[in-house]
Write a protein that binds this ligand. Sequence first.
Ligand SMILES: Nc1ncnc2c1ncn2[C@@H]1O[C@H](COP(=O)(O)OP(=O)(O)OP(=O)(O)O)[C@@H](O)[C@H]1O
Ligand SMILES: [Mg+2]
Length: 451
Amino acid sequence: MKSDGRALIYMGNDGVSQNLLETLQLNDWHVKQTSNIDEAKQTMREHKLHVGLIELTCQHTESYLSQIQEMLQQYFQMEWIALVHSETGLNSSLKHIIAESFSDFHTLPVDPGHLLANVGHAYGMAKMKWDTVNIPDETDGLEQEMVGSSQQIQNLFANIRKVAGVSAPVLITGESGTGKELTAHAIHERSKCANGPFITVNCGAIPHSLIQSELFGYEKGAFTGANHKKLGHFEAAHKGSIFLDEVGDLPLDQQINLLRFLQEGTIQRVGGNEQIPVDVRIIAATHINLEQAVKTGKMREDLYYRLNVLQLCTPPLRKRPGDIELLAHYFFKKFSHEKNKTVKGFSSACLAVMRDYAWEGNVRELVNRIRHAMVMCENRLISAEDLGIDESSHHFHFMSLKEAKDRAEREAILNALARMHNNVTLTAKTLKVSRVTLYRLIEKHRININD
Ligand SMILES: Nc1ncnc2c1ncn2[C@@H]1O[C@H](COP(=O)(O)OP(=O)(O)OP(=O)(O)O)[C@@H](O)[C@H]1O
Ligand SMILES: [Mg+2]
């Protein structure tokens, strides 16, 4: 992303703008002019901008206005100023949007001195936001939806870009609420089948008896009640992607059909005998350890290897505490239309508590607590109490060095055991400790190697 010094974007009517833009340019502003939302987004992806000026008129449709609002939420680190033709002529949707999403407004024709002072101030505010929320510079669109500047999330972004370019299956692993579904979407959106459908199937939520017909469809007369032919999710996803969420929940007897598709690229509808070719990109996700599921006989080994061609892992929040503040600001802006009007942000004590809180539910928990607090908070700044976090609870404590070491030790052992299929001799070798030491540590950390 290019940085152009004091830069602003102007979106509006050419005729209105000429004098205004010249004044700004004469006063050392780099001005990007655009006439539509897509172009504006493209410009903001490529340039680091501080202020946005948008001309709003009563002729704008509700859908255009909601797209504007969405764009402003995406680019929350900028300051937005509305330009309107007459304050008295504003309809209620316009008033609502200006009050909620813009930091100021001017009535056209603007007083140049007043506007310059205003954009100067907005620049200062935006610069502060850019500096404090630490938004990564190399954003290319993907990060609009997935936020994070930590090394872990940047690695994930880089891997998303890499796997999006090939058509092999992708397996996304990660704890609950870490962004597996978001990652699947991001892969699809950057793949060559981005214009095709994206179909999500929650493998654990379909009743056992319906799985086959839901996934592969059925022919008329296949069973009582099958009065007409029905396409399954695979056929619906033709030329697009199918996201098999919680693929580890797929019953063993149904796994063979998925395996067949992965081997042959064809499906067979229930009650039919034709092999129908389907062109679908498979993206699967799981929060359980599939290697373990293979060991315990809950997952076919051949299916596991077919699914696990490219693996991505969504990191838990505790491994990237530096992202918490960024996410908090992002969600605050994203849900600002729902908030209590008096609420302006988070107290610094609250941000500190957030960084140290054990987010068991990861990003989903963070989003839910913030949305709740934004509605319930009666003060200007959200406190830890508004988030429902008790500062003195067991969740909130600074980790001692010993605790941090213990946690790292446990994790290293768990990882090595998983890689070595719980073989203690090999795990001990990998960790460069004796078998006796490893057994002692397994006991110390209460690790169950028979799972
Ligand atoms: N990096 C991120 N930036 C912005 N929002 C995020 C990020 N990661 C997760 N979220 C948000 O957190 C919530 C949970 O994300 P998602 O559903 O993708 O997680 P998941 O891993 O599929 O969860 P589960 O295991 O419970 O199905 C969503 O509201 C999503 O938008
Ligand atoms: Mg999910």
